[in-house]
Write a protein that binds this ligand. Structure first.
Ligand code: G1P
Ligand code: ZN
Length: 543
């Protein structure tokens, strides 16, 4: 075995987006592409030399090859010890849990989350810090800067390590431990939720239908729900992680989880339906013939946290990404706790959680989590709902309708225009930004603009400012439209239009979502000039 200094040249565009560096598999397969980025991580985080690294990924195509490269480069860069998951498989929340539990210096997670996988799909890599959360922008900026200047990387020429069995090895002078990917995570869940109560609920004949979408949540959900909690065998479907997710989008939302929605329709459906994404950090919650919007889910979790053993001592505050509906704000106000509004992306919750300012966090994009780890957490959210169902004896729909009756309903939808021309997308945002000063007071049909701005966030913990995070147009009467461009796509640009309308009157809560939002949808198209600028008259995905 020897350590090689391999000459290389920078690749353009290795800039991490909303959640790490994501590109087509073919881009990552180019010689030196992954290696350059990994070397940039080791250079930008010098404490990894002599430190402890956690490594694993969501099992998508290229995971197997990439994990070996990372181990050989970690050894060559002086990492003292690596905890690598068996077969290189580790969900994103479990990686966060392992980093925290073992006091690791950081972790490298291989995932492109909900993006499709396979040889023609997407691949991704991100660095998580010692708190278990996605590296702060200061670090991702340093990693990117390093990718643009490095001219060699270090790698061991050793043979691949066998990762199929638990065990310990030495690679150069680095200790390698192959760990059980599920054990630490399952233990943490048992500390938070009332497993005895949920077991009794299943024993009484209640049922769950969990669709793992052929992704990494499968092994976690199967062990926890079926083995530990006694859900009927077969409650977890598509439980085996596949390198191409069976050719599907592993994205739990109405557009891609049609099977789950069908399985949850009709009187014989299970009590709780759920799905999780490619790396198991997202969640979708479905009742019998009833979808729960992620923004409502966060608000309900906040309102009901006292029912969960792990949060019974009280929650410090709740945080939501700016485009997420303001349903959680209403609960926070009622409970007298703080509510934080952050830019899109889980990394902005890290400081709030570390400082003890927020306990629960969520995003409209089917993500919720708490201070138990520093990532959003799909299986955790499902256990939260299971615990709620068991503790209240109510159905999903009853819980949500009672919540709306008390706090009002924040009607919500996101319209995505995918794969549009990048220049057109940037032009549209520039046009909106330029129009901001003239918007207040302007009428669009019956809707009148009350306020309009480009969201900027001042982190209350480290004082950093993040600007240009999305154009918000608030209308009189508590409705709102938000525009931003996706930071996770790999093809063209995606315009996201977030629509929200508040309705206090329970008699109106049965109105269908798109109907309730119809006037806002017209306003959004008009004010941004969507059709003229993008050539699209309708969104490609409505969630
Ligand atoms: C999307 C979601 C965002 C989430 C991110 C990573 O980012 O909108 O809420 O944090 O995926 O899962 P976007 O593509 O909008 O930048
Ligand atoms: Zn994900």
């Amino acid at each position: 075995m020897a350590i090689l200094n391999q000459p290389t040249q920078p690749f353009a565009g290795q800039k991490p987006g909303t959640s790490g560096l994501r590109k087509k598999v073919g881009v990552f397969q180019q010689p030196h592409y992954l290696e350059n980025f990994v070397q940039a991580i080791f250079d930008a985080v010098p404490e990894l030399a002599g430190g402890v690294l956690v490594a694993g990924g969501d099992g998508r195509f290229h995971n197997r090859a990439a994990i070996q490269t990372i181990l050989k480069m970690a050894a060559a860069n002086g990492v003292a010890r690596v905890l690598v998951a068996q077969d290189g498989l580790l969900s994103t929340p479990a990686a966060s849990c392992v980093i925290r539990k073992h006091g690791a210096t950081g972790g490298i997670i291989l995932s492109a989350s909900h993006n499709p996988g396979g040889p023609d799909g997407d691949f991704g890599i991100k660095y998580n810090a010692a708190n278990g959360g996605p590296a702060a922008e200061k670090i991702t900026d340093a990693i990117y800067a390093r990718t643009q200047s490095l001219n060699e990387y270090r790698i061991s020429n050793s043979a691949d390590l066998p990762l199929g069995e638990l065990g310990s090895f030495t690679l150069e002078s680095m200790a390698v431990e192959v760990i059980d990917p599920v054990a630490d995570y399952a233990e943490l869940m048992q500390q938070i939720f009332d497993f005895g109560l949920i077991r009794a609920w299943f024993a009484a004949g209640h049922r769950i239908h969990f669709d793992a979408m052929s992704a990494i949540s499968g092994p976690y959900a199967k062990h926890i729900l079926e083995d530990l909690l006694g859900a009927a065998p077969g409650s977890v479907v598509n439980a085996v992680p596949l390198e191409d997710f069976g050719g599907h989008h592993p994205d739990p939302n109405p557009a891609h989880a049609g099977d789950l929605i069908r399985a949850m329709s009709g009187p014989d459906a299970a009590d709780l339906g759920a799905a999780s994404d490619g790396d198991a950090d997202r969640n979708m919650i479905v009742g019998r013939d009833f979808l729960v919007s992620p923004s409502d889910s966060l608000a309900i979790m906040t309102a009901q946290a006292m029912r969960i053993p792990g949060y019974r001592s009280g929650i410090a505050g709740v945080a939501r990404s700016m485009p997420t509906s303001r349903a959680a704000d209403a609960v926070a106000k009622d409970l007298g706790i703080a509510c934080f509004e952050t830019p899109t992306g889980w990394k902005f919750f890290g400081n709030l959680l570390d400082a003890g300012l927020a306990t629960l966090c969520g995003e409209e994009s089917y993500g919720s989590g708490s201070n138990h780890v520093r990532e959003k957490d799909g299986v955790w959210a499902v256990l939260f709902w299971l615990n709620l169902l068991a503790a209240t004896g109510q159905s999903v729909e009853e819980i949500v309708r009672a919540h709306w009756a008390k706090y009002g309903r924040h009607y919500y939808s996101r319209h995505d225009y995918e794969g549009i021309d990048c220049d057109a997308a940037n032009g549209l945002m520039a046009h909106l930004r330029a129009a901001l000063p003239g918007l207040p007071g302007k009428a669009f049909g019956r809707l009148v603009v009350a306020r309009a701005d480009d969201f900027a966030y001042d982190d209350p913990v480290d004082g950093s400012r993040t600007s240009a995070q999305g154009v918000r147009i608030e209308l009189e009467g508590d409705s709102r439209v938000v525009f931003r461009l996706s930071g996770t796509g790999t093809e063209g640009a995606t315009l996201r239009v977030y629509l929200e309308a508040f309705e206090a009157d329970p008699a109106q809560h049965a109105v269908p979502v798109q109907e309730k939002l119809a006037e806002l949808i017209v306003l959004a198209k008009e004010v941004a000039g969507i059709a003229g600028r993008t050539g699209r008259s309708e969104p490609s995905v409505i969630a």
